[in-house]
Write a protein that binds this ligand. Sequence first.
Ligand SMILES: Cc1cc2nc3c(=O)[nH]c(=O)nc-3n(C[C@H](O)[C@H](O)[C@H](O)COP(=O)(O)OP(=O)(O)OC[C@H]3O[C@@H](n4cnc5c(N)ncnc54)[C@H](O)[C@@H]3O)c2cc1C
Length: 409
Amino acid sequence: MDSCEDPHHQQEHQSKCTMRVPGPIIVGAGPSGLATAACLTEQGVPPLVLEKSDCIASLWQQRTYDRLKLHLPKHFCQLPLLDFPEDFPKYPTKQQFISYMDSYATHFSIRPQFNQAVQSAEFDPEFGFWRVTTKDRTFISRWLIVATGENAEPVMSDVAGIEKFHGSVLHTSAYKSGSEFKNKRVLVVGCGNSGMEISLDLCRHNAIPHMVVRNAVHVLPQEVFGFSTFGIAMTLVRWFSLRLVDKLLLLIANLTLGNTDKLGLRRPKTGPLELKNITGKTPVLDVGALSQIKSGKIKVMEGVKEITRNGAKFLDGQEREFDSIILATGYKSNVPTWLKGCKFFTKDGMPRAPFPNGWKGENGLYTVGFTRRGLLGTASDAVKIARDVAEQCRTMPTRDPKTSCNNFP
Ligand SMILES: Cc1cc2nc3c(=O)[nH]c(=O)nc-3n(C[C@H](O)[C@H](O)[C@H](O)COP(=O)(O)OP(=O)(O)OC[C@H]3O[C@@H](n4cnc5c(N)ncnc54)[C@H](O)[C@@H]3O)c2cc1C
C-alpha cells in the first residue's frame, strides 16, 4: 500500500510519504533508463522510472545543439528490442533520435515519473531494500538501477580570469545554434567532438570561432571509402591487437586528413583505441571542422593564459578580443551527489570495476550507461541487468506466485 494513503504511516514519516515498488527503481529516463525499462518489461518485471526533468531523453531534448547528428552509424546506436526505422539515414539527426526515443517509450509503455530528481538513495541493510528519496516521496525497492548518465552535469572548467569577462559565457549544453553569433568573435574552449562541431556550426553562421586546444587530441575521419571508421575499428579488434588496429587507424587518418599536428592538433602518444580504453577519452570524428581549420576559418589557439575583460591572453603571448566564450569542457556524472554509503562508484561517479564488469554491484545495485562506450554500452548493460533481475524474481520464494517481485520484507 502506498503509505501516503495510510494515516499511521503518515505519522511515522511526517515529511515524506513512502511507497513500496514491486519492481526495480530506475533513476533516469535517458536512453539507458528507457532501454533497461524496456528489457525488464519484456521479462515481465515492471520498473518504476524516476526522471528529474520533464521529459524523456532530456540530454538530447534540452542540452544539445540543433545541428547534432549521431556520431556513429545508427546500427551502433539502437536500443535493444526495437531498431531505428529503416528510412532513417545512416547518421540520424538529433530530432530523429528523439522521435525514436519517443516511439521506444510508447512501444514498451514506459511512463516515467517526471520532475522527480532523486535526492538520495541508500541501502537499508536491516530490511534489505533501497530507500530512494525525491522531493515528494520515498520509494523502496529491492533493486536500484542507476541510469543518470556519464553526462549528467556540465563541467564548467575554471579558466583563469573568466569572471572578469564582459561578454556572454556559456557551456555547450546551452548552445543551440550559431545563428545567434553572426559576425561575432567566439572563443571555444575545448576541442572534443562538441568543441569541433560547434566551431564548425559557428563558421557556417558566419561567426569567427577561435578554438582553444589545451591537450593532445586524436582526430579521425568519420568514414573511409563510405565505411564508418568506428565500424572498421570494431571489426578489426576482433582479429588483431588494439595496438595494431591503432597503428592502422593512424595510418588511415594521416592519409585522409593529413598531419593534424601541423594544424595545432597534436596527437597523443597513445593510440586512439588504447587511450579510450585507459582514460575514456573519445577520439574526435571529423564531420567537416578540419577543412575549416585548414582554410583558416576556425583558428586554433594554444592554451589560454587568462581571460580578460574583453578577450583572452594566450600561452604563446597573443592577445585577442572576443564577444562570447563557449565552454566545450565536457560533462561529469552526478552519482556521488545522491547515492549514499556506497563504495561501488569512484568519487567521479563512475563504477570502480571497468567494462565489462561495471554493470552490477551488491545488494541489488545496477548501473547502465557508464561504460564510456555510448549507446552500444547502454544496450549491452540493459540486456544483462534485465536478465539478472528477472532471474532473481523467478527464484525468489513467493508470497504471490503471479507477482513474485512483490515479495518484500
Ligand atoms: C553532444 C553529445 C552527442 C552524443 N552523441 C552520441 C552518439 O552519436 N552516439 C552515442 O552512442 N553516444 C553519444 N553521446 C553520448 C550520450 O550521452 C549517450 O549515448 C546517451 O545519451 C547516454 O544515455 P544515458 O541515458 O546513459 O544518459 P543521459 O542521456 O544523460 O540520461 C540520463 C537521464 O538521467 C536524468 N537524471 C540525472 N540525474 C538524475 C537524478 N538525480 N534523478 C533523476 N533523474 C536524473 C537526466 O535528467 C537524464 O534524463 C553523445 C553525448 C553528447 C553530450
